[in-house]
Design a protein around this ligand. Structure first.
Ligand SMILES: Cc1ncc(COP(=O)(O)O)c(C=O)c1O
Length: 472
């Protein structure tokens, strides 16, 4: 006879019955309507957690720039801050303090003229930062035009064909015409002269990208500024720059400190970054900063007093958890400058190691080798031509399978890696992109390469030669 019965344990508040077969755990929970009755929390947890197992493993997802690993201490702090509404600055003054400190730290990284008086805010991600910065550009342009007695009917924003979708959203939502500057044949980022040539007096601003979503390449922000200086001297037209540093803003200051792309450039009026990319925090936290008060029109700021106190707010949404900001501050405290540099340099080293291995394969040619953001992009050998047609007699000209086939086989091996067509103007070029992030270890990178070798062998029927990526 057992010493304690299940019933006795339940009375004691301890449920020792087998987890998946006890009464109440065998339930048929409707998927798209709410059930009539309740279930116990363990059952609810398992039903949902089990379903989520089918999502695959986030760390094996090399498609995303988003952070997929944090230390348990950071996760604990995030959970502890999840019930604090960041907008309630009076009720949660210390969480508000941490947000202010993060802004000071980032303003310092970005060489803001007054880092102790940062003009900016946290956001839910880069997209929100881009919306706010775009609005500021539009307002400032409107003021300039009105002052000069000119029309404000046709605001235009200069973006590259490689721009992230959030800028198309901005233009559509806020009625700004996007002027998409083509990428020159054989290049992957905007040419400064092409940017200046596209501007006129209706231009609210130019978007430069620090870390292209397509291949991780940094755009030449200093070159753009120089071309726009020349334009201003020649035509009198002033065009500001916003830097979309979604990925590079919390990467470049550590591994490329000599690169001049930020507020050191007079013409750069605002910058955004995602804390949840190379800021090393789980989704969703982002940052946007303006150069000074003048760059951020006061009219965009709202003051509310119904939460107590009188606090300026300019974010698009009101309520959000304190978790992202608290975790960002944790990463700054925990890693310090040296730690961030080490983490990011490691990602770059891994990306470059992978790029060299893939470029050495008979099948592929690398078009991004991780020398800017730690991103590796590759196509079939011979596919990267200015005409968009593969080189004669090259592997790309004769291949009988697609990069999508390779990605599908990689998926069966547990890896999520996207194959897609490059940006507008180069859409004939099919590529695979790998984003290397914190916790993508050398060991994981080697396992990825072995799986790539197997995937190719399955596609071309030559056999599952896992070692082909290491032969060179
Ligand atoms: C250059 C660029 N801008 C903006 C975004 C949007 O960022 P978020 O996902 O943080 O809204 C991304 C996302 O990948 C990006 O790469």
């Amino acid at each position: 006879m057992p010493k304690y019965s299940s019933a006795q344990s339940l009375q004691d508040g301890l449920d020792v019955r087998p987890q998946f077969s006890r009464d109440g755990a065998v339930v048929d929970i409707p998927r798209r309507r709410m059930a009539e009755s309740s279930v116990d929390p363990e059952t609810a947890y398992h039903v949902i957690a089990d379903e989520l197992m089918l999502d695959g493993h986030a760390r094996l997802n090399v498609a995303t720039f988003g952070t997929t690993w944090m230390e348990p201490q950071a996760e604990k702090l995030m959970a502890e801050a999840a019930d604090k509404n960041l907008v309630d600055r009076d009720e949660y003054p210390q969480t508000a303090q941490l947000e202010d400190r993060c802004l000071d730290i980032i303003a310092d990284f970005w060489n803001a003229p007054e880092p102790d008086n940062p003009i900016g805010c946290s956001t839910i991600g880069s997209s929100e930062g881009c919306m706010l910065a775009g609005m500021a550009l539009k307002w400032r342009w409107k003021e300039r035009q009105e002052k000069a007695g000119k029309s404000t009917a046709n605001p235009k924003l200069i973006v590259g064909a490689n721009v992230q979708v959030c800028w198309h959203k901005f233009c559509r939502y806020w009625e700004v015409e996007p002027v998409e500057v083509p990428i020159r044949p054989g290049e992957t980022t905007l040419h400064p002269e092409d940017v200046a040539a596209a501007c006129d007096e209706d231009t609210i601003g130019v978007i430069g990208i620090l870390g292209s979503t397509f291949d991780g390449a940094y755009e030449d922000i200093a070159g753009m500024a120089k071309a726009l200086d020349k334009l201003e001297i020649e035509t009198g037209t002033y065009v500001p720059i916003h830097v979309d540093a979604a990925s590079g803003g919390l990467f470049a200051p550590f591994v490329d400190p000599e690169l001049v792309w930020d507020f050191r450039i007079e013409r750069v009026q605002s910058i955004n970054a995602s804390g949840h990319k190379y800021g090393l925090v789980y989704p969703g936290v982002g940052w946007v900063l303006w150069r000074n008060e003048e760059a951020r029109p006061e009219g965009l700021v709202f003051r509310v007093d119904y939460l107590g106190g009188d606090h300026p707010t300019m974010s698009l949404n009101f309520t959000k958890p304190g978790s992202g900001v608290v975790a960002q501050y944790y990463q700054f405290v925990r890693l310090g400058y040296e730690g961030f540099k080490r983490v990011h340099q490691h990602s770059r080293d891994i990306a470059q190691m992978m790029a060299a291995a893939i470029d050495g394969m008979d099948e592929f040619e690398v078009i991004a080798d991780g020398s800017d953001l730690p991103v590796v992009a590759f196509c079939f050998k011979g596919a990267n031509t200015t005409s968009g047609k593969p080189k004669k007699d090259s592997y790309a000209a004769n291949v009988q399978y697609t990069l999508n086939d390779v990605a599908d086989w990689m998926k069966q091996g547990g890896w999520a890696v996207p194959a897609y067509n490059f940006c507008a103007d180069r859409e004939n070029l099919e590529i695979i992109r790998i984003v290397v992030r914190n916790a993508f270890s050398r060991d994981l990178a080697q396992m990825f390469l072995m799986e790539l070798g197997r995937a190719v062998g399955r596609c071309d029927g030559t056999g599952e030669d896992a070692g082909r990526a290491f032969r060179h």
